[in-house]
Design a protein around this ligand. Structure first.
Ligand SMILES: *Cc1c(COP(=O)(O)O)cnc(C)c1O
Length: 486
C-alpha cells in the first residue's frame, strides 16, 4: 500500500523509542517467558512493529474505519444480502450483563433468562416460518443449509431409502445451495428457469425421480420473483418421495404474508443476520436457524431446549439426532439481537417490513427500467435484477457501472449474479431506506447510463474519487499483498 498525505502508512510514522503506553515499574521478579517453549517458536529478534504514540494509533484505526463502507455510512443495495439498518437497541440489549457476562458452561438454573430468550426466539421463528420445531444452533446461512440437508439425509437413511443421492437446485440459485448439497454428500443437479424467471415445471418433472433427496428453493427466488407454482412443485417433489428445502436467507419479502411451512416446505433455514437485522458483512458471527416439520424433528441437532415444569433444560436424549453442529448453543449474541428486533417490531411491524421492502424494490425497478434492460418485467418482491446488456454494447460492462457507483459513495449492487442473467445487477434497497435515498441512487444510475452513451471512458476508468483506483481483480485475487512491505 502506498502512503498518501491524508493517510500515512502507520509504519512510516514510526520513530525509534516512541511509545504509546505507560506501564508501572516492574515490582515482581522477572520471568523467562520462553521456558518450556519449543526452540523454533522463540523469536530471536524483536517484531518489526511501528513505534507510535497512542494518538497516532488512534488516528490510524479511526481513519481505517472511515474507509470502510457500512450500512451506517451509506446506501448498500447489495442484492440477496439484505443490508438493512441494524437498530442500535439490539446492541444495547446484547450488552446487558445478564447476556454478555454469562458462560456457556454455567449451570442451567443460573441462566434461565437467557434460556427463556432462546426458547422464545425459537417459538417466534416457528410462528414466522410455519414450521413445527426450530434449532438456533447453526452459525450462518450456509451452515443452516448443510444442517438441513444432513437431516434430510438422515431421514431418508432412517427409512432405508438409500438411493436418494440427488438434490435439485434451480439455475438461479445462490451459490451456497449446490455447495451445501455437495458438502452434505449429495449430487447437485440443475433445474432450468423459464422465460419468466421461474422454475420450469416441465424441466422439474423431467429431473425429479426416485433418486431425488430434495429440491432446494428460494422463494421469492434470487431474481426477486415469487415462485407462483410452489404448491404444484411441492406436490411433484413429494409424490416422488423427495423433500422440499427452503432457503430463507431472504425472508424480507414475505414476513407476515406467507410462510414456507404453508407452501409445503419440510426444512427451512433463515439468516438472522439478514432479515432479522444482525450486523453482517465482516464475516460474522451470523445465525442460521433451521426449522423442520414434525416428521423431521427427531433428526434436529442436539441438545434440544425444552421446558420441563418451570425450568428450561437441554435434552440430550435424542437417538436420531444428527448430533451437534456447533459448540455450545449457537451464536448467542446475534440471537439476542434478532430476538430484540422481533420483539420491538411485533407481528404488525414485521408485516410492514415486507410491505415496504417490496414497495421500495418495485419503485426503483420501475424508475430504472427505461435506462437499463429488465429481463423479467412482472412485479418483483424485495429485490430485482437488471441487465447491463445495452451498456455492454457501448463498451461499458456491469463491473464498470459498479465501480462508477463508488465515486458517488454507494456500495454497488450484487453483480454477475444470478448467473442466468447476462451482465446482472441485483438490487435490494431494503425497507429501511427513505424515498429520498432511493431517488438519489436512481438519479445516479440514470446519470451513469447517460455517461455510458456519451462519455464511456469516465465509467470504464472509474472509480476516480476513492483512495485506491481500479484494481487488477485477477492479480488481487491470485497474488494478494496482505501486509505492508518496506
Ligand atoms: C446470504 C445467502 C445465503 C448464505 O448465507 P451465509 O450466512 O452467508 O452463509 C444463502 N442463500 C441465500 C439466498 C443468501 O442470500
Amino acid at each position: 500500500m502506498a502512503s498518501n498525505k491524508d493517510f500515512p502508512v502507520i509504519f512510516e510514522l514510526s520513530k525509534e523509542g516512541r511509545v504509546g503506553y505507560s506501564l508501572p515499574e516492574l515490582d515482581v521478579p522477572e520471568m523467562d517467558l520462553t521456558e518450556g517453549l519449543d526452540g523454533e517458536y522463540i523469536r530471536t529478534e524483536l517484531a518489526d512493529l511501528p513505534e507510535v504514540s497512542e494518538l497516532q494509533i488512534m488516528r490510524h484505526y479511526t481513519a481505517l474505519s472511515k474507509r470502510n463502507h457500512g450500512v451506517d455510512s451509506g446506501f448498500y443495495p447489495l442484492g440477496s444480502c439484505t443490508m438493512k439498518y441494524n437498530p442500535k437497541i439490539n446492541e444495547d440489549v446484547a450488552r446487558f450483563t445478564g447476556f454478555s457476562h454469562i458462560h456457556p458452561l454455567q449451570e442451567g438454573k443460573t441462566v434461565q433468562g437467557a434460556l427463556y430468550l432462546m426458547h422464545d426466539l425459537q417459538t417466534s421463528l416457528q410462528e414466522i416460518t410455519g414450521m413445527h420445531q426450530v434449532t438456533i444452533q447453526p452459525a450462518a446461512g450456509a451452515h443452516g443449509e448443510w444442517t438441513g440437508l444432513m437431516m434430510i439425509r438422515a431421514y431418508h437413511e432412517h427409512n432405508g431409502d438409500i438411493n436418494r443421492t440427488k438434490v435439485i437446485v434451480p439455475d438461479s440459485a445462490h451459490g451456497t445451495n449446490p455447495a451445501s448439497a455437495t458438502v452434505a454428500g449429495f449430487e447437485a443437479i440443475t433445474v432450468k428457469s423459464d422465460e419468466r424467471g421461474l422454475v420450469d415445471l416441465e424441466d422439474l418433472k423431467r429431473v425429479v425421480g426416485d433418486d431425488t433427496a430434495a429440491l432446494m428453493l428460494t422463494n421469492p427466488n434470487t431474481l426477486g420473483l415469487f415462485e407462483e407454482h410452489i404448491i404444484e412443485m411441492a406436490q411433484i417433489v413429494h409424490n416422488a418421495g423427495g423433500k422440499l428445502y427452503y432457503d430463507g436467507a431472504n425472508l424480507n419479502a414475505i414476513l407476515g404474508y406467507a410462510r414456507p411451512g404453508d407452501m409445503g416446505f419440510d426444512v427451512v433455514h433463515l439468516n438472522l443476520h439478514k432479515t432479522f437485522t444482525g450486523p453482517h458483512g465482516g464475516g460474522g458471527p451470523g445465525s442460521g436457524p433451521v426449522g423442520v416439520t414434525e416428521e423431521l424433528a427427531a433428526f434436529l441437532p442436539k441438545p434440544i431446549l425444552t421446558k420441563k415444569e418451570d425450568m428450561y433444560v437441554f435434552d440430550y436424549n435424542r437417538p436420531l439426532s444428527i448430533g451437534r453442529v456447533k459448540p455450545y448453543y449457537g451464536n448467542f449474541g446475534i440471537n439476542v439481537r434478532a430476538y430484540t428486533y422481533i420483539r420491538t417490531m411485533g407481528p404488525k411491524g414485521l408485516k410492514q417490513v415486507s410491505e415496504n421492502a417490496v414497495l421500495n424494490a418495485n419503485y426503483m425497478m420501475r424508475r430504472l427500467e427505461k435506462e437499463f434492460d429488465l429481463p423479467f418485467t412482472q412485479h418483483c418482491k424485495h429485490e430485482f435484477v437488471l441487465s447491463g446488456k445495452r451498456q455492454k454494447k457501448l463498451g461499458v460492462r456491469t463491473l464498470d457501472i459498479a465501480k462508477r457507483l463508488l465515486d458517488f459513495g454507494y456500495h454497488p449492487p450484487t453483480i454477475y449474479f444470478p448467473l442466468n442473467v447476462e451482465e446482472a445487477m441485483m438490487i435490494e434497497p431494503t425497507e429501511t431506506e427513505s424515498k429520498e435515498t432511493l431517488d438519489e441512487f436512481i438519479d445516479v444510475m440514470i446519470q451513469i447510463a447517460k455517461e455510458a452513451e456519451e462519455n464511456p471512458e469516465i465509467v470504464q476508468e472509474a472509480p476516480h474519487t476513492t483512495v485506491i483506483s481500479r484494481l487488477d481483480e485477477t492479480l488481487a485475487a491470485r497474488k494478494p499483498v496482505l501486509r505492508y512491505q518496506r
